[in-house]
Design a protein around this ligand. Structure first.
Ligand code: BDP
Length: 717
């Protein structure tokens, strides 16, 4: 080959590899590349050559399209997919769309699994053993199909398979904090994926890929607008645009929900009031609901942030949260919609410890909410901190379905530059025991409705999705979206199992890679806690943008300052929430209250959340409190260095572009971990007046340096 030819060949190679765009992260965990184990791939090829997908709906078409795409990629071979069953090896369908499935003796089982549940097993059809993916609902068969593809992606054998799945919750939602101008509140992955200007005429292919990704993990609803709501989203102009999205999402079982600005009757309705007991206002919302359902017949309902952080609400008219929620619920009820009323409220007057306020407001209203109202509660009593004890409202409201609100976007966990796998955080909360009905009354059982026998149950996750090519900014942000959806489906899944699945589907099944990356993910949340807010510290972030450290923040309302939370003084540090302090502990059931209240039994990870502790307090490790703080901060920053080394060690095992993206972000994280460590320790040292042990590398900058850092443009505000 001449030099020119070689150059041309190389160029061609480069062009074809980038044109395929396979490794830019866009495909998420639906990365259908040939099964690495060749023997297994050949086996799958034999087992899945001919497939029948019964039915002629948009959903069954979506199933066929997904399977075609998945099998072609995974098996590296075109499969034969038909809509009529004629002796194929695989049959996907419902008793309603497939006479063969209707004739099987599995109807009782299918009924138990419900419309969204599914069965994957072998059955004899017309004398031949075939692989069956069946459900009573077509959405169930879509979920089953994604499960089947996941089995292939994670290299599971199909022989003797028996999978019976049903979601543990009825409502599994993403909450987008997306504004109409396409900025995303606390979003770090670019702008909103909703292109309002071009909708509904231009349907970005991303909408369908968004629906596919969500359906693949069982998410069945999305609130597309910010909780700090704009009433305009409820006007016909936007409702027509929403219809464009709803049409794309429907085949994938995803309903659209909207945030309802409480003052909308004034702002877009021209009424003088938004008082929920005013008949005209009630009628306005009824008309609005009718109008929405005329355009989007399967509209899901409203999410509401009211009387919180300046948002309007029923208390503006001296009405209760329940009166406000019920007014909306009654407008939606005839159409089957629900209201998700947020419990994230705290008063402007700051009368008591902010941690107490949601419980104080909502617990007395337990009997008052209509049947189609959820109260949506953040995982902890303050605000999505790196670590919080579970919110005391879990278990406390027997009559009301309580929906979990997690934050997938990393507002307080390093935005989209820190690798922090959030499943351990989610699980810590879900597995916590409320003792509401004695031992074993976990938060998971509260939110899946089983503890208090609710038919409505659910979870919401504040989305980390934006229009970045890889959706979430940090490639590992995808794992948090994934794990959230899977836990909303079943809170019993483990963080480890979900990390394992996600790694295999997103990167590789290579054990050498998994052995390194899985432990790295599982440790990463504790690492972030260590370099940000160990031992129960919380709310120590910078003013407004919440990205870097700011223990000195002392402006604005007291409960927006860091000092309000750390309470450091010459004697010690921590917020006394015991029975002799703010008494927040007493909002928990007695077993939990006593556990947290007692300095001896309070877990050290919540020590400074509940107790004000002297600097020389002896810790379990033998260190003093100050010594332990130093240890934690230094180990956090050191752990990020270890993550860097671990990641370097797997360099050759995955795509170079993917490897390099994470490598660069880890470098940022390593620097920022030191920033957090130094800023916090130097700041607290003013009070402890104790040295950072000489065994540790001393900070090379002064406290003043850190305090004077100013950032004018940080994403997410
Ligand atoms: C806080 C965020 C703020 C949100 C608020 C909420 O900083 O942007 O509006 O939560 O959940 O953590 O309403």
């Amino acid at each position: 080959m001449s030099k020119l030819n070689v150059l041309f060949f190389l160029l061609l190679l480069l062009m074809t590899s980038t044109a395929s765009g396979a490794e830019d992260g866009y495909d998420l965990w639906l990365r259908y590349v040939p099964v690495e184990n060749v023997q297994l791939r050949e086996k799958y090829q034999q087992q899945l050559q001919n497939v029948a997908i019964s039915g002629h709906s948009e959903t069954t078409a979506a199933i066929a399209e997904e399977l075609q795409r998945g099998l072609k990629g995974l098996l590296n071979k075109d499969c034969n997919i038909q809509s009529e069953y004629t002796n194929q090896q695989v049959l996907i369908g419902t008793p309603g769309n497939s006479p063969e499935i209707a004739a099987l003796n599995i109807q009782g089982q299918l009924n138990e699994l419900g419309n969204e549940g599914y069965l994957i097993t072998h059955q004899i059809v017309k004398g031949k053993a075939i692989l069956l993916v069946a459900s009573t609902g077509e959405i169930g068969t879509l979920y089953g199909t994604f499960h089947l593809l996941r089995l292939l992606q994670t290299q599971q054998p199909l022989a003797g398979i028996y999978i019976a799945e049903r979601p543990k919750t009825t409502h599994r939602l993403l909450n987008h904090w997306d504004n109409l101008d396409r900025t995303v509140e606390r979003g770090y992955a670019g702008f909103s994926i909703w292109d309002w200007h071009k909708l509904p005429d231009y349907i970005d292919p991303r909408y369908k890929d968004y629906a596919r990704a969500n359906a693949s993990i069982g998410i069945n609803g999305t609130v597309v607008s910010n909780v700090n709501a704009n009433a305009l989203i409820l006007t016909p102009h936007y409702l027509n645009k929403l219809n464009g999205l709803a049409n794309v999402f429907r085949p994938y079982g995803i309903k659209i929900y909207l945030t309802a600005r409480f003052s909308a009757p004034i702002e877009i309705g021209g009424l003088p009031t938004a008082d929920p007991l005013n008949e005209e206002v009630q009628q306005w919302w009824k008309n609005k609901a009718n109008e929405i359902y005329a355009i989007i017949p399967d509209f899901g309902g409203f999410l509401v942030k009211a009387n919180s952080e300046g948002q309007p609400g029923p208390q503006d008219y001296k009405r209760t949260h329940a009166e406000g929620a019920n007014m909306l619920a009654r407008a939606l009820a005839p159409h089957g919609g629900v209201v998700m009323w947020r419990a994230f409220v705290y008063s402007h007057e700051v009368p008591v410890d902010r941690a107490l306020q949601a419980y104080n407001e909502f617990k007395p209203l337990d009997e008052d909410f209509d049947d189609n109202v959820f109260v949506q509660v953040k995982n902890g009593p303050i605000d999505f901190q790196p670590r919080e004890p579970f919110h005391p409202l879990f278990g406390a409201m027997e009559q009301t379905p309580i929906m979990m609100e997690f934050q997938i976007t990393q507002e307080y966990l390093g935005c989209a530059t820190h690798l922090v796998y959030l499943a351990p955080l989610f699980k810590e909360v879900l597995d916590a025991d409320t003792y509401a009905k004695g031992k074993g009354s976990t938060v998971a059982k509260v939110i899946d409705g089983s503890l208090h026998q609710h038919t409505l149950s659910g979870m919401a996750g504040v989305s980390n999705i934006g229009n970045d090519r890889n959706w979430t900014g940090h490639p590992f942000g995808q794992a948090n979206w994934y794990a959230y959806g899977r836990l909303a489906w079943n809170p019993e899944f483990t963080a480890e199992a979900l990390a394992d699945e996600w790694i295999r589907m997103t990167y590789t099944n290579n054990p050498a890679f998994i052995e390194v990356v899985k432990p790295m993910m599982l440790q990463s949340r504790e690492t972030a806690v260590n370099y940000m807010t160990p031992l129960g510290l919380h709310h120590q972030m910078a003013w407004d943008h919440h990205w870097g450290p700011g223990p000195w923040v002392n402006i604005g309302r007291p409960d927006w300052t860091s000092k309000y939370y750390h309470r450091a003084d010459s004697l010690g540090i921590g917020f006394d929430r015991t029975t002799s302090g703010s008494n927040a502990v007493s909002q928990y059931f007695p077993e939990v209250r006593d556990h947290f209240n007692n300095l001896e039994t309070c877990p050290e990870e919540f020590l400074l959340w509940f107790h004000h502790v002297p600097w020389n307090h002896p810790m379990k490790s033998g260190n003093t409190l100050w010594g332990e703080m130093c240890e934690k901060y230094y180990s956090g920053a050191a752990q990020v260095k270890t993550m860097q080394k671990d990641w370097d060690s797997v360099k050759d095992l995955i795509d170079p572009q993917q490897y390099d993206h994470v490598r660069q972000l880890l470098k940022i994280q390593a620097n920022e971990a030191i920033w957090w460590r130094n800023a916090l320790l130097l700041y607290f040292q003013q009070y402890s007046r104790l040295p950072i042990p000489s065994t540790f590398e001393q900070p090379d900058k002064t406290l003043e340096y850190y305090m004077n850092l100013k950032f004018h443009f940080v994403p997410g505000i």
